[in-house]
Design a protein around this ligand. Structure first.
Ligand SMILES: Cc1cc2nc3c(=O)[nH]c(=O)nc-3n(C[C@H](O)[C@H](O)[C@H](O)COP(=O)(O)O)c2cc1C
Length: 146
């Protein structure tokens, strides 16, 4: 059974609700999942824990403020994450020029730190999906077995 930390980047709470729904399913399946919406660099230290990034994009392709501290250490490649497995849930809106760009930035930084992505990125477009928490709850069942 897996240990999963869902790291949330959110402004209005949609990504948080989405992460909560995914965590409920993971825990129902017997895994150990926790949602972290106040992530700090030290939260990356447990090598046994899979990371599931669940972030929206704000501004003009920017990271939500609550995930910027974590991104900063990843972007600086100040942490070694070789062999660490992670997934990405990317919330955005194709009505904006930089769709889900915050998730792209995090994915790129995780890759540069040596982490390995598991499964495909789940992209949730607010233009077409008004229940991203439901979509994510279905998706995570396959993701955890990837
Ligand atoms: C002020 C503002 C700026 C946004 N900028 C972007 C953007 O640049 N790219 C994008 O894909 N979505 C953008 N979005 C859409 C949000 O990412 C999307 O609505 C998301 O579901 C919000 O999740 P949250 O409530 O967790 O923050 C923006 C939304 C707002 C309100």
């Amino acid at each position: 059974m897996a240990c999963v930390q869902l790291i949330v980047g959110t402004v209005g709470g949609t990504a948080w609700k989405t992460a909560q729904a995914a965590a409920v399913i993971l825990n129902q399946l017997g895994h150990s999942a926790r949602v972290n919406e106040e992530s700090q660099p030290k939260d990356l230290l447990n090598p046994e824990e899979m990371l599931l990034i669940c972030t929206s994009t704000t501004g003009n392709g920017e990271l939500p403020p609550n995930i910027r501290a974590l991104y900063s250490v990843l972007d600086d490649e100040a942490v070694q994450l070789t062999g660490r497995r992670y997934g990405v849930i990317a919330l955005g809106d194709t009505g904006y020029p930089r769709f889900a760009h915050a998730a792209f930035l995090l994915e790129d930084a995780l890759y540069r730190c040596g982490a390995t992505r598991v499964g495909e990125i789940l992209r949730l477009d607010a233009q077409v999906d008004d229940r991203p928490h439901v979509t994510a709850a279905h998706w995570v069942k396959d993701w955890i077995n990837s």
